[in-house]
Design a protein around this ligand. Sequence first.
Ligand code: NAD
Ligand code: TYD
Length: 354
Amino acid sequence: MILVTGGAGFIGANFVLDWLRTNDEPVVNLDALTYAGNLENLAALQGDRRHIFVQGDICDRALIDRLFAEHRPRAIVHFAAESHVDRSIHGPAAFVRTNVEGTFTLLEAARAYWSALDGAEQAAFRFLHVSTDEVYGSLGPNDPPFAETKAYEPNSPYSASKAASDHLVRAWHHTYGLPVLTTNCSNNYGPYQFPEKLIPLMIANALAGKALPVYGDGRNVRDWLYVGDHCAAIREVLARGRLGETYNVGGWNEKPNLEIVHTVCALLDELRPDPAGPHARLITYVADRPGHDRRYAIDAHKIERELGWRPAETFETGIRKTIAWYLANQDWVADVQSGAYREWVARNYGDRPA
Ligand code: NAD
Ligand code: TYD
């Protein structure tokens, strides 16, 4: 089996759902259920014995040791993190704790477990660390996209904490020989993304007739990738990635924020017209994010050359699917916004025998 951390969050939940759709290898899913963790994301796995959910903290070494001993995973896929840049500006401590100390704790627990494995199991073991393109810093308009060789220049507390975790992962390979793999991916979008991030926030606000807050001049550029494509890339890297290597993952899809917001508005005009007028009327410019990175773009040639991965979705197909999902799952959004999702565990699991 594999051990997944952060599998109740946006990308982790998509990964676990896709994993169990495409193969039968069980998953132990360790997640602290912070505000970003939502067991409703995994409701489709209710009663599925291949999915073992454990609520717990990646900083809890005793718990991780116990999970390794009990389940003997052949790999760990590490998603758990504090992930929102704006929150990192207001409260960086949680980012250092989870992203740096948590990754350190997992590396140490994995090293102890892996060192004691027999030869074949030891050779097969993998520690896959899921990271971000934000560690590379900000690009100028004419700079080439980020390659794996680009120097790290993190600018936000979020990206700095992820950069620190990437460095620890690298060092545990270099110094101790731990069989690690790192992926650095661009901005994801798709089902189950918490409506604090750009695309789901714009969909939720537009449907509610609320303002669509665009930071600064709206010309900051991100490279958007459909979450299912990110999950497929992680599966490829886990299966065939070269040990100690990092792989950049991106959508070949750079777009300024304003274009993203206009696309969301136009699709909503088509799929859920508002009698009050076009959704774009709600666009409102607000003060910029402090230290706002101007442009991210990924050079995803290495993963294509070595592992044959390319995104399956275009932005046009991916954003349409995403908006259709949010339209069909407005209860999920309402539960997140009201906080009701936090009662899901008690509501759904409270009276269930173990
Ligand atoms: P998310 O915030 O939606 O989910 C994070 C999950 O981690 C939540 O379920 C949360 O409960 C859990 N978690 C947080 N602290 C924990 C702790 N101390 N112990 C155990 N679990 C804890 O994040 P996401 O968008 O799904 O991102 C997942 C990973 O992918 C992160 O490592 C992030 O840096 C990386 N990433 C995200 C993006 C993106 O666009 N969202 C892009 C590239 C990389
Ligand atoms: P976000 O989804 O927070 O991802 P990240 O900061 O990790 O790239 O933001 C994506 C872009 O959208 C980023 O340039 C900030 C911008 N943004 C807005 O303009 N308005 C918003 O309300 C949010 C949340 C983001």
